[in-house]
Ligand binder design. Structure first.
Ligand code: PGA
Length: 252
């Protein structure tokens, strides 16, 4: 299983800046991308085309992804974007249920389940993000929160390729705060997610589904995280916005 090193640019980078960033990443990784790694870049929608142009005919190890979409083919959904539009702009992947969508924009589990289902049906690979808030960790509710988010998010378990789905474990309190979960906490959470995935998806698919860690991933902590059991990649926000730090993470 290749490790997926994913960049989530959030609402940063114009098209021009995105073009330069992708060009810089490609140049710095030329002949240096480890064979067991894949790189995913999730720019804002307006920078997708520029990022795609910059990727050009780069090797099959680089992918583009959308940060969000609406679960419908088309329709009167002001401000939203359809999976077919992401696919048209070169996206292979899309994030669903990032904590900022859950907690800032108020997206609920049943809506996220629709997105997982519709996104997969449309041909996107989906990264479903899960993770507890600080108060839930302090109350000993980590496993209960993960169970709820996984069971609800994967309720329409009707896809057949484990390569189409990944989970990102992102403790909310570690996102953008500089606080990284300790190795022990990551190990426990990922082992728990693995166990649940096997139950929900069956042994084979559950074992092969990638589980990424996200939350203040930086060049200096990546190696320690990526080598942990059941960590099959990382989802990086802040440190993915500069060539140097992202390239160090990808090659850590
Ligand atoms: P961060 O963000 O790396 O800036 O903590 C991670 C994420 O939100 O996916």
């Amino acid at each position: 299983m290749k490790k997926l090193m994913a960049a989530n640019w959030k609402m940063y980078k114009t098209a021009e800046e995105g073009f330069e960033l992708v060009q810089g990443i490609l140049a710095a990784l030329k002949d240096k991308l480890p064979v067991d790694r894949e790189v995913l870049i999730c720019p804002p929608f307006t920078a997708l085309n520029a990022a795609r142009k910059a990727l050009g005919a780069s090797s099959g190890a680089f992918f583009l992804g959308g940060q969000n979409f609406y679960p419908a083919k088309e329709g009167a959904f002001t401000g939203e974007i359809a999976p077919s539009m992401l696919l048209e702009h070169g996206c292979t992947f899309a994030l669903v249920g990032h904590s900022e969508r859950r907690h800032v924009l108020g997206e609920k589990d049943d809506f996220l389940a629709e997105k997982v289902k519709f996104g997969l049906k449309s041909g996107l690979k989906i990264i479903l993000c899960v993770g507890e808030k600080k108060e839930q960790r302090l109350a000993g509710e980590v496993e209960a929160v993960l169970d709820q988010q996984l069971r609800a998010g994967l309720v329409f378990n009707d896809y057949n390729d484990s390569d189409c789905l990944a989970i990102a474990y992102e403790p909310v309190w570690a996102i953008g705060t500089g606080l990284v979960a300790e190795a022990k906490d990551i190990l426990e959470a990922h082992a728990h997610i693995r166990k649940r995935l096997k139950e929900i998806l069956g042994d084979a698919k559950g074992s092969e589904t990638r589980i990424l860690y996200g939350g203040s991933v930086k060049p200096e902590n990546t190696k320690g995280i990526i080598e942990l059991d059941n960590v099959d990649g990382v989802l990086v926000g802040g440190a993915s916005l500069q060539v140097e730090s992202f390239v160090k993470i990808v090659t850590a």
